[in-house]
Design a protein around this ligand. Structure first.
Ligand SMILES: C[S@@+](CC[C@H](N)C(=O)[O-])C[C@H]1O[C@@H](n2cnc3c(N)ncnc32)[C@H](O)[C@@H]1O
Length: 238
């Protein structure tokens, strides 16, 4: 999170505005998204705020945790959770309609191993989760912020890498995927410079083949239609 600003006497006088990695999309919710939010956020959602999250209490069990930031509509989160009932899946997203869609699907499929938070991930990760609680950290198709003047809004940064490092268990894995080549190179540049992360691709790296567990999302299909490539990266916390 951002540091406070102090005056010459040491009095706290404010906080600098943090650069955000998202723009809140407006637009109306569909009836089913609104209904899913009303009916299922109290069941599968976590109240936004600053309170620490008790993961055992939240999921009602202890199991390896896979955490996805920027779930969009939740397509990947839901498919992974359905395929791997032995794991807990936590999704974070600021787009309300996407959270509604995800909750609709969680209920439709009767999944019990998914929880969702509608809040800025930077706040959740930095303030609300204990260290060494995540087995796999997933960041699929983060907003690319193509324009040069917007690159500072990219969520992958050295500060973000330190946050992810704090959350990952020893030898935990950060899986990133993007369809924007310049962002893929940026990810490698940032993470290769972090001594606490090791690229897992070996000599053929830095890119890794797409793993079977990563489902196709609408966003990825759209990129494919536009002729974009896809780059998967795996970094182990060391
Ligand atoms: C380009 S979309 C990709 C969505 C999804 N991963 C997919 O592949 O379909 C990126 C998503 O990240 C979300 N996002 C960006 N920054 C975020 C943040 N700081 N906290 C939570 N969600 C964020 C956006 O709202 C958006 O839905």
């Amino acid at each position: 999170m951002c540091d406070s600003i102090f005056d010459a006497s040491g009095k706290e006088i404010g906080h600098p505005r943090r650069i955000r990695s998202f723009v809140r999309r407006g637009g109306r919710l569909t009836t089913s998204q609104q209904k899913a939010l009303d009916d299922f956020y109290p069941v599968f959602g976590v109240q936004p705020g600053t309170d620490p999250i008790d993961l055992k209490n939240l999921f009602g069990r202890e199991a390896p945790l896979w955490l996805e930031v920027g779930i969009g509509n939740g397509d990947a989160l839901v498919a992974m959770a359905a395929a791997q009932p032995d794991k807990n899946f936590l999704g974070i997203e600021v787009h309300r309609a996407g959270v509604g869609h995800c909750l609709f699907e969680v209920n439709r499929l009767g999944l019990t191993n998914v929880r969702v938070i509608e809040q800025d991930a930077v706040e959740v990760l930095g303030q609300r989760l204990p260290e060494s609680c995540v087995d796999r950290f997933l960041l699929f198709f983060p907003d690319p912020w193509h324009k040069k003047k917007h690159k500072k809004r990219r969520i992958v940064s050295h500060a973000f890498a330190q946050t992810v490092k704090r959350l990952l268990v020893d030898e935990g894995v950060w899986h990133l995927a993007t369809d924007w080549e310049d962002y893929a190179s940026h990810m490698v540049e940032v993470l290769d410079a972090e001594s606490c992360f090791e690229n897992m691709a070996g000599e053929s790296g830095p890119w890794s083949p797409r793993p079977e567990y990563r489902p196709y999302t609408r966003f990825e299909r759209r990129g494919e239609r536009l002729g974009h490539g896809v780059w998967d990266l795996f970094y182990k916390s060391c």
